[in-house]
Design a protein around this ligand. Structure first.
Ligand code: FES
Ligand SMILES: [Fe+2]
Length: 432
């Protein structure tokens, strides 16, 4: 017997020729949220962190996959583990800290103790008074493992389901954009060791998913930042026809400024990357040694990719972000600065300062979006005409991106990415 979807997603996501709209119920209803956690966050692939967040033996970071607590650890042998944060005795979480370094995790309830690789290493009063029988096998009670973990150039994704779409297939074309991001670094790797900013937003998680490749809002919602940049000829303009918005499949979308940024040529100081670093000559020269100067210049002038990887990973400018749903109207968004491996400390410090300036809690860009998400959530409480409309850029067409691969594309300020996200969402949510 096939289980039927409990919510009518066809009715809530209306996809007619040249007219697309979504119901506000999708941002509100507990039944929708519960089904999203099950089908998107617990059965699918989600982003969990970067391997350099736990770079030394004993390092750990606690995370949530959907609503389920996990610990990302690095053991003595330098292996990374993704473990369920749940004692195998009576289910208490064994690690309470966000980050740290520890030789073991001791459960606060009865003291069962686990190594960084998840093995159960100590059981208080194992034998003796009221102890366990000899048939009790300690080795059977290590922390449970997250069934599937994928690592792409240091970015760690996980799935709580042992089966389903393979990692490479899930990541799809996002991999090429992640490649180009990492290739900005002299050593071809980024690292993430500065911690993170955490924002708690009173809104639904999907508002951030839709927003990342919504270029239409930039000139209006981010007016203060735009005014600061207006006099600067090294910044590409928001209505530049050489910026494209692309649906690259799997719910992943791109705000593609590569051609627009490159058109600035040597004028592109790297400020469009949110920092002064990317065209810094020592960085370009070092990348050139690895990939050739022509390619190094191409990458540096194109600037970093700006990509939303469904459902919860964003890579852009000088950092990445992770979305963590909490309730239908409550979401954590984590902001992590990235550094270029092999670049000078000065370059990386300038990247960090620029990241804080734009996306820190008091930055010039981030608070605008957080406020807008809250207003949308409140606005959708008004339900007389309960629709959001996504009808821009129906002149979209298949066009090749910088990698020569066709993707459904509109020019900047379109809503092609938002329609792509909702179509993918509907496809996943309609599965039994
Ligand atoms: S619940 Fe963890 S030791 Fe008992
Ligand atoms: Fe924004």
């Amino acid at each position: 017997m096939t289980a039927r979807p409990s919510v009518d997603y066809n009715g809530l996501i209306s996809d007619e020729p040249s007219h697309f709209k979504v119901s506000g119920r999708l941002y509100h209803e507990p039944a929708v949220f519960d089904e999203e956690m099950d089908k998107i966050f617990h059965r699918g692939w989600v982003f969990v962190g970067h391997e350099t967040e736990v770079s030394k033996a004993g390092d750990f970071a606690t995370r949530m996959i959907g609503l389920q607590p996990v610990i990302m650890t690095r053991d003595k042998e330098d292996h990374l583990h993704m473990l369920m944060n749940r004692c195998r005795h009576r289910s208490a979480t064994v690690c309470q800290e966000e980050y740290g370094n520890a030789t073991s995790f001791q459960c606060p309830y009865h003291g069962w103790t686990y190594a960084s690789n998840g093995d159960l290493t100590r059981v208080p009063f194992r034998s003796g008074i009221a102890g366990y029988l000899d048939s009790f096998r300690q080795e059977d009670y290590g922390l449970a493992r997250v069934p599937r973990v994928g690592n792409y150039r240091g970015f760690i994704f996980a799935s709580l389901s042992p089966k389903g779409v393979p990692f490479e297939e899930y990541l799809g074309r996002a991999a090429e954009y992640i490649d180009r991001y990492c290739d900005m670094a002299p050593d071809g790797e980024i690292f993430s060791t500065a911690g993170r900013h955490r924002m708690l937003v009173q809104s639904n998680w999907k508002l951030q998913v839709e927003n990342l490749t919504d270029a239409y809002h930039v000139s209006f919602a981010h007016q203060s930042a735009i005014r600061r940049h207006d006099r600067d000829s090294s910044i590409v303009k928001v209505d530049d026809p050489r910026i494209y918005l692309r649906d690259i499949g799997g719910g992943h979308t791109v705000d593609d400024r590569f051609t627009g940024n490159r058109s600035l040529g040597e004028k592109a100081t790297g400020r469009h990357t949110g920092g002064m670093g990317t065209l810094e000559p020592s960085v370009v020269a070092a990348v050139g040694e690895r990939l050739g100067m022509k390619e190094a210049k191409r990458i540096a002038q194109g600037g970093p990719p700006h990509i939303m990887v469904f459902p919860n990973f964003m890579l852009l400018f000088n950092g990445y972000r992770m979305i963590q749903p909490v309730k239908p109207d409550l979401t954590y968004i984590y902001y992590y600065p990235t550094f270029l491996k092999g670049a000078s400390e000065e370059v990386n410090l300038s990247r960090l300062r620029a990241q804080e300036n734009a996306f820190g809690p008091g930055g010039f860009i981030n608070p605008d979006d957080m406020d807008i998400f809250t207003r949308i959530q409140r606005g959708t409480d008004a339900q007389v005409d309960d629709w959001s409309v996504l009808d821009r850029s129906y002149d979209e067409s298949m066009q090749t991106d910088e990698f020569g691969v066709p993707a459904l594309t509109s020019q900047n300020l379109g809503e092609t990415p938002q329609r792509a996200i909702w179509r993918h969402y509907k496809h996943v949510m309609m599965q039994s």
